[in-house]
Each structure stands twice: as C-alpha cells, then as structure tokens.
Design a protein around this ligand. Structure first.
Ligand code: GAL
Length: 737
C-alpha cells in the first residue's frame, strides 16, 4: 500500500521532534597530542582533521602509537530543548565509550572524567565504561541558544584507542530518562532488580516483572508493584526463580504522569549440565603423556561420592597408585603406550576404564592443559594462601574430578632482588615454593609458575634475563610442571637488536629457555606468552612450546571474548596438535578482578556458555581464571560438563573452525577421534534467533544424521528437526554422527 501524504508528514514531524531533542555527532574535530589550552571554547581547531567518533581511531589514519589526543565538537543549544523535558533539570552529554580514559570539558569547564591517565600520576583504563556526564540546566557554563564547544581529552593506554561505540549525544532528559534498572542475582536462584534515578524529582508508577520461559515464551510468573523513585532513594524487587530452567526476566516501569515506560530484560544464570551420578564416572578422554623417566603426577578424574577406591590390575613397575585419592605417581623409563585398566568403586557402584599412558620424548600435553591460573582473579595480589585456597577448592568442589589439574601462579611471586648466587628469590607472600609444590603433588595436582625472558615481567617483577639456566634449575627443584614465559620486559632488549624485524629475533628468547627447560629431569609444560607476535603459531612447536598465546590479554567482556575467540584465534587452527596448542588466553568465568577486588564476570550466562563451547571447539587451554573458593554452582556446572570437556580434550587434537558465517549466525565444527563431529551454532548478534541447521546441510555435510546429541543438556535430540532457538550471544553445542 502506498503511504498517504498525511502519514509521511506525521513521520517527518515526529522525526524533527526527535532531532530537536537530541543533538548527535558522528564526526568530531580531532588532533593527536596534548595541550590543555585545547579545552577552551575559543581554541583554534580550524586546521584539525575530522574523525568518525563511532569507531576507534585505529584504521582512521591515526598513528598507532598515539597516546594523548583531543576531540572537539561545536554546537548550538536551542532553548526549545528544555521545553520538551518534564523536569528540565540537566543536560546530558553521552559520550558512548572511550579507549581508555578521558576528561570532558564544556566551554572550558571540566564536566566529567573516567579512568586515570598518566598525568594523574597513575594510569587506570576504563574503556568498557559508558560515559554519561550531566550539567545542571541552569549552569552558567551552558550557553543556551548560543555557541558551545565540547572538548574531550583522551588518553589511550594501548590499542585500540579513542571514542567508540555510538554517536556523541547531547540531550535534556525527561524524568523517566533518569531511571536505571540494575539487574543482579542477590544469591543463587534469587533475582534482584534495583531501580534508581539520577534525578532529584521523584517519579511514581507501576513496576511489572515477568519471568518468561526462553524456549516457549510462556509467562511463568508476573509480579506488580507501585513504586516511587528519586535520586538516593532506589527501590528493590526480589524474585526467586528456578535456576535449572532458561528464563528471561522482563521488567517494565510505567510513569503514572507521562505514561511513558522503560523496560529491561535480564537472563539469570541457568544450569544445563545434569547432576553427576553418585556412582563413579570417568570424566577423561583417557590418555596422559609423559617423557621417559619424568615424574608422573596424575589425578584420575572420576566423579561420584567419596570415599572411593581405585584399583589398577596391570600397574606397570615404577608407578604407584594412591588408592583413595586416585593419584598415580612415579615414573617410567621405557617409551611406548601402557594400557591400564582402572577401576573406581564406591558405595553406589563401580566404573572401569581403559587408560593409555603414552611415554615418549614428545608426549607431554596430549590434550590441552586444564587447571587454574591466578592472574584473572588476583592479579599481582596473589599470595600462597590464595593459591592453596583455590587448589583446595578445585578438589573440594569436584573440579579435579573433571581433569582440572594445573595450579599456576602468574606474575607477582618474585622478590625485588635475586639471591647473592644469582638464583631467583621469592617474595614474602610465598614462604616456600618447594613445600607448596610438594603439597600440590601430594594431592595429584600440578604446579605452574610465571616469568619473562626480559629484565622485568609485565607487573614489574624480576624476569629471567641472563639467568635462564639458573631459573630453569630452580623451577625443577621446586617441582614446577608448567612455565608461562611472558615477553613483556624483553621488548626493550628486542628493540635494540639489529635484526628485530625478523622472526628469528622473536624466536631467540624462547629457544634459549627451551634448552634449559628441556634439560630438567621433569616435564615442564612450556607456555609462550607474547600475544601472537610474528605469527607464533607457525613456529611455537619449533621451540617445543606446548602452547602459545595467540592474542593480547582477555577481559571479561563480550567484545574482548568475541574479538579473541571468533576473530583472532580462528585462523590458527592448522597449527594445533597433540603436544602443541593455540592459547587464546584464560577463562573469564566466575569471580574475576585482576586485583584484591573480585566481582562476577561481566559475561552474561549465555556468553559464558559460548565462551566454554568455543574454547572447547578450539582445543584451547582451559585455565580457570577465577577464585575457585568462591565459585558458585552455575560456574562449577559450566566447567564440569564431561561431554563438553571431552570436546576440548579430544585426543585427535584437531582444532575446530568456522564452517558457516551467515549474518549473526556462525557454525563451527570440530572433527573428533571417534569419527563424529562437534557442531557449535553461535548467535553473535544482539537479538535471539532461530536457526535451522537443515539450511546448511550441504556445507556441513549432515544430510544423513544418525545421532544428534545436545552436549550441554546431555540429551539426544531429533535427527530430522534441526531447528534451535539460540539466545543473543548464545550457543547450541551438538555432537553429530
Ligand atoms: C601479561 C600477560 C597476562 C599476565 C600479565 C602479568 O603480559 O598477558 O596474562 O600474565 O602479563 O603481569
């Protein structure tokens, strides 16, 4: 039907009204450098270039090493904007997001600041925080109906840099615009919403909360409440929900006066992994590799109630079994495959497994390492007590029963000076590495540590430069099983090298440590950390690395995980194989914080399912980055799904890759050792979607499916109806034959 002239006119009117309410900029004047005079409204920016503010300045002709830079926009502020607001309290400057920190000036006056820049004496990035700065509507800083200049000083601490995420927007908010809904889980199974207002004038109305089943859209429950909110007087709403069901909680507030409403939607944590049976169950793909004569420490991953008794009839000479803990120790001097028949028995039943010990020179890390690393939780504030507490919780909460075994100390353990003989010394937070190692080994866990080929680590602690041999020997004497070797301070030396454009110059420090590490009489997993420089995945195996980081550091945001998982690490798939793995960085689930202050991961539950599914398909290192002592049931269930973990640990060792990219839908596949395939259907878009796999049956070669298994739910599904509803940023992980 043709639109009538009248409806077109109305639409035009409506849109001019909207435009009058919000002043928007997609472009700003831009200049790299720093000069505080640029905050003044009369600073001369006529020669400045224009820049798109909706995306970072990278790839917009701004030199890569830019730190400080300024953005400026000129605008008229029509007084008519005020009249459209029912409170006329503030003018809002919404500056989207900024990499990494900023100060915003209106006509020369500071109106807001986020993060810390070096000129503050300290740098703290705040790149993921939205910037919303308010100025009182009656402030003398505002020039109503006249010319105004907004100047933004930006400091970039590392690529990407600059303003990004959306247009710059200036508006006069109405009362309802000051409302914010903050959704949390007060505790497991209890949803809490706090509604607060930025504005001092109160707003009253009706708040409705509905719990909706994700798959069927059925409204499970509905709660209504009359509320009144103003600045400093928030209201709370608490709702219990069933955490074994995937639900959405939709909240809507309607302002009684204006009839305008706002709404929010929240996905609480939901557990898909079925509870493990009480009888013993082996949660391992059944292969463990070691070099001849190297000490073997292996805790057999079996779930089920304790006490449990382990027996191995054909235990080879040289090996010992702790029958209660299920810990294998000792060493084997002859190479080859040893086939063990392991039996685990408890009051509820008995399970049996054929297990292969693969002994040979290059047999370490047959599958990607699973365990814990201190960095994403404690950062530099790691202590021995915190290591022990996570290790103990790894056992107590059953994660060790699923194969998590490495306990790795990241940066922050070294003393400021070496010992007189040049050996590395520990700081006061680590009384004895040897004792810590012995205790871990006694529990069947493995012990990891961190250093740098440079003079200093990234955290400013001592690195191994010129002491590589001594350090490797110290590690051996402490019983270290894993070394993360982080480029960092080595950059300074590298910069001065004449051949620093060559791959050889990137290989050199890692080759050096390889030599000393491999001279030690124990297997030490060699983990390279140099953020993917010089395509490390192409030569990592040549320095006998067991894994190499392919990217910069991960953060607990969708953007970071998406960039690393779906973009950067994808192309590395041909280079993964048993013994040598691509490492897209540690897991960002549970309570993280990189400091003393821990908080829940900012990934939504669906994003966390995506994270673990993708890391499993990509045969990535599975190093937990949170405080295990504080881990909730959701996170335990997320990390301890033996069918999902079996994808990560598949002994064929083939890294999966993307097979389909259709708008927001990505389908990844991984070939498995039993001839089946894992298929991950990911929805990377911002709306829920329904995907019918049949559409891609030729590309995926799934025309004649015998079985379709949902791995998270551990359930067989129809082989003919291949249609799935997938949440925004969510996943369906299948295994098909
Ligand atoms: C970074 C590394 C992080 C962490 C940190 C310690 O370079 O990528 O994973 O180890 O150093 O300072």
């Amino acid at each position: 039907m043709k639109k009538s002239f009248f409806t077109l006119l109305l639409a035009a009117l409506a849109s001019t009204q909207l435009q009058a309410q919000v002043i928007e900029f997609r472009e700003a004047k831009f200049r790299a450098g720093d000069n505080m005079e640029w905050k003044a409204s009369n600073a001369d920016d006529s020669q400045w270039r224009n820049i798109d503010v909706t995306r970072n300045w990278d790839n917009q002709g701004v030199p890569g090493n830019t730190t400080y830079a300024w953005y400026r926009v000129h605008f008229k502020l029509p007084k008519s904007m005020l009249e459209q607001s029912d409170i006329r309290e503030n003018v809002l400057f919404d500056l989207a997001k900024i990499d990494d920190t900023d100060e915003a000036y209106l006509n020369g006056h500071l109106i807001g600041k986020t993060g810390k820049m070096p000129s503050d004496g300290e740098y703290r990035s705040a790149w993921s925080q939205p910037r919303k700065y308010y100025v009182k509507a009656n402030s003398s800083w505002l020039n109503w109906d006249g010319d105004n200049v907004l100047s933004i000083r930006v400091y970039n601490g590392g690529e990407p840099g600059g303003i990004f995420g959306d247009k710059l927007k200036i508006s006069v908010p109405s009362r309802i615009d000051g409302l914010m809904m903050r959704h949390t889980e007060a505790q497991q199974g209890m949803y809490r919403m706090e509604m607060s207002s930025d504005f001092t004038s109160a707003i009253s109305g009706k708040l409705v909360a509905e719990v909706i089943d994700f798959d069927t859209d059925e409204v499970i429950s509905k709660t209504e409440k009359k509320v009144s909110v103003k600045k400093g007087k928030p209201v709370n709403l608490n709702l219990p929900y069933d955490e074994t069901r995937c639900v959405r909680i939709r909240t809507t507030f309607t302002d009684a006066a204006s009839k305008k409403s706002i709404s929010g939607s929240y996905s609480p944590k939901y557990i898909l992994t079925p509870k493990a049976p009480e009888a013993p169950r082996f949660n391992t793909t059944g292969v463990f590799g070691a070099r001849p004569k190297s000490p073997i420490i292996y805790r057999i991953p079996v779930s089920g109630v304790r006490p449990m008794k382990f027996t191995i009839k054909n235990l080879p000479n040289g090996l010992k079994l702790d029958e209660e803990k299920g810990v294998l120790s000792g060493s084997l001097s002859r190479g080859g495959d040893y086939h063990l028949n392991i039996v685990a028995e408890n009051a509820k039943g008995k399970a049996e497994m054929d297990f292969t010990l693969r002994i040979g020179d290059n047999k370490m890390a047959q599958t990607p390492p699973m365990g814990w690393n201190s960095w994403n939780c404690w950062g530099l504030s790691i202590t021995q007590d915190r290591v022990i507490s996570s290790a103990q919780a790894l056992i107590d909460k059953g994660l060790a029963d699923y194969g998590y075994s490495y306990i790795n100390i990241d940066d922050g353990w070294e003393a400021p000076e070496r010992n007189a003989d040049g050996t590395i010394a520990v700081n006061e937070k680590f009384p004895s590495m040897k004792n810590l190692g012995d205790w871990l080994h006694g529990e069947g866990l493995k012990f990891g540590i961190y250093s740098s080929p440079g003079d200093l680590t990234c955290g400013g602690y001592l690195g191994s430069i010129d002491h590589e041999k001594q350090d490797a020997e110290s590690y051996n004497s402490w019983g270290i099983d894993y070394l993360k070797y982080d480029w960092c301070g080595y950059g300074k030396k590298h910069n001065t090298e004449r051949d620093n454009q060559t791959v050889a110059s990137f290989v050199r420090p890692y080759l050096l440590m390889e030599k000393y590490l491999r001279e030690q009489p124990r297997d030490i997993f060699y983990s390279l950390c140099q953020y993917g420089m010089a395509d490390v995945w192409k030569w990592g195996h040549a320095v006998d690395a067991n894994s190499w980081r392919t990217t910069g550091d991960i953060a607990d945001t969708w953007e970071s995980m998406y960039d690393i998982g779906f973009k950067r690490n994808e192309s590395t798939y041909p280079y993964a194989q048993p013994g040598h793995w691509n490492d897209p960085d540690m897991l960002i689930v549970g309570k993280v914080g990189w400091s003393d202050n821990l908080r829940d991961s900012r990934l939504t539950p669906d994003e966390q399912y995506t994270h673990i599914s993708l890391w499993s398909i990509m045969a990535s290192n599975m190093l937990i980055g949170c405080d295990i002592a504080q881990m909730d049931d959701f996170t335990v269930a997320l990390l301890c799904n033996h069918e999902v973990n079996a994808i990560n640990q598949d002994i064929l060792g083939k890294q999966g890759k993307r097979a389909v990219e259709d708008g927001d839908i990505q389908i990844w596949t991984r070939e498995l050792s039993d001839g089946t395939r894992a298929i991950g259907i990911f929805n990377v878009g911002t709306e829920d979607a329904t995907v019918n796999l049949a559409k891609y049956s030729n590309v995926l070669n799934i025309n004649n499916l015998k079985t379709v298994r949902d791995l998270w739910r551990q359930k067989d599904l129809s082989t003919t109806n291949l249609s799935y509803k997938i949440a925004k940023h969510g996943v369906r992980l299948l295994k098909v034959k």
